[in-house]
Design a protein around this ligand. Structure first.
Ligand code: UTP
Length: 308
């Protein structure tokens, strides 16, 4: 058992800001992502990134910084107002669709910074340093969808506030899938529920036999601001990219203010929309759960599956 690092501190700042890296090249999803960021791919009736921004806002993070790349235009336009479209819908009295497009009018609450070159997730997070400053912050990967009723991010923010350091999210994956993820070695923590563990070490995309567990890192983090200094000193790792996992390994192995990493083990719904199969699964599952389309889609799917 590891000791809980520090008791809840009334002086420890609470996480207020969300950083959403969306500057990756999306090579797994070519050719769809040649001219469009994968975060803009529609999942049922909205782009993937809208679910992620909604998750941040519903966890109480009203300040969102998006890390964009050369395709930033579509992302910015989506979260901006569209007066010409509103006028057309108003003229038709189509208030329902006006409400739908206004749901993503978050202009002012979303900030953008550009990552000039896709040098890796660690480098993308480092681009947030000036905006975030000296306080803990959340990172939500723009292509990773978490079920909206799961409360994962709020739980992670709470754990970070009580225990300090950084908090990552882990999920059990089949052993033949570990080499696609960052993988953690963990230990129990006294006084915590069994979904909260201490992270003792991390390795990015290990070969199957070298993985310390089948607990894979998924795309939600609550990070101590000390991660920025560590990232500056982190050399390119696997794939020649600056890996966030390598910086987290340094934080997990070190001691002092802002060091130490805990994890919340997540057992809910999660979809990797940056992967072609994960994307199709997200569309089908969220389609079946959709309040208007769900019933008809479910009926059609039953007939379709019966004929397979
Ligand atoms: P991925 O590992 O999915 O990489 O990035 P990728 O380049 O986007 O996609 P593939 O693997 O080539 O298909 C994880 C997250 O980190 C962001 C991505 O946008 C995604 O949300 N990212 C990655 C950046 O913002 N910048 C980078 O340099 C790399």
């Amino acid at each position: 058992m590891t000791e809980q690092s520090t008791a809840a501190s009334p002086t420890r700042p609470r996480t207020r800001k969300a950083v959403i890296p969306a500057a990756g090249l999306g090579t797994r999803f070519l050719p769809a992502t040649k001219a469009m960021p994968k975060e803009m791919l529609p999942v049922v009736d909205r782009p993937a990134i809208e679910y992620v921004v909604a998750e941040a806002v519903s966890a109480g993070l009203g300040d969102v910084l998006m890390i964009t790349g050369r395709n930033k235009r579509a992302l910015e336009d989506h979260f901006d107002r569209h007066p010409a479209l509103e006028q057309v819908l108003e003229a038709k009295g189509d208030t329902k669709r006006i409400d739908l497009i206004r749901a993503s009018d978050l202009v002012g609450d979303i900030h953008y910074v550009r990552q000039g070159e896709a040098l890796g997730l660690g480098h993308a997070v480092g681009c947030a340093r000036r905006h975030v400053g000296d306080e803990p912050f959340a990172v939500l990967l723009g292509d990773d969808l978490i079920g909206e009723d799961e409360g994962l991010l709020a739980r992670m923010i709470d754990v970070q506030h009580r225990l300090g350091g950084s908090v990552i999210a882990l999920m059990e994956v089949p052993e033949d899938a570990v080499s696609a993820y960052g993988v953690a070695a963990v230990a129990p923590v006294d006084g915590e529920d069994d979904d909260v563990v201490a992270v003792t070490s991390l390795v990015e995309k290990p070969a199957r036999g070298d993985a310390p567990s089948n607990l894979a890192i998924i795309g939600r983090y609550v990070l101590a601001p000390q991660v920025f200094e560590v990232l500056e000193r982190t050399a390119p790792g696997r794939g020649g990219e600056i890996q966030l996992t390598d910086a987290l390994q340094t934080l997990a192995a070190g001691e002092g203010e802002g060091f130490g990493v805990h994890a919340v083990v997540f057992r809910g719904r999660r979809y990797d929309t940056g992967d072609k199969l994960g994307y199709l699964q997200a569309v089908v599952e969220l389609g079946v759960r959709h309040p208007e389309l769900g019933g008809d889609l479910r009926e059609w799917l039953k007939g379709f599956a019966a004929g397979l």
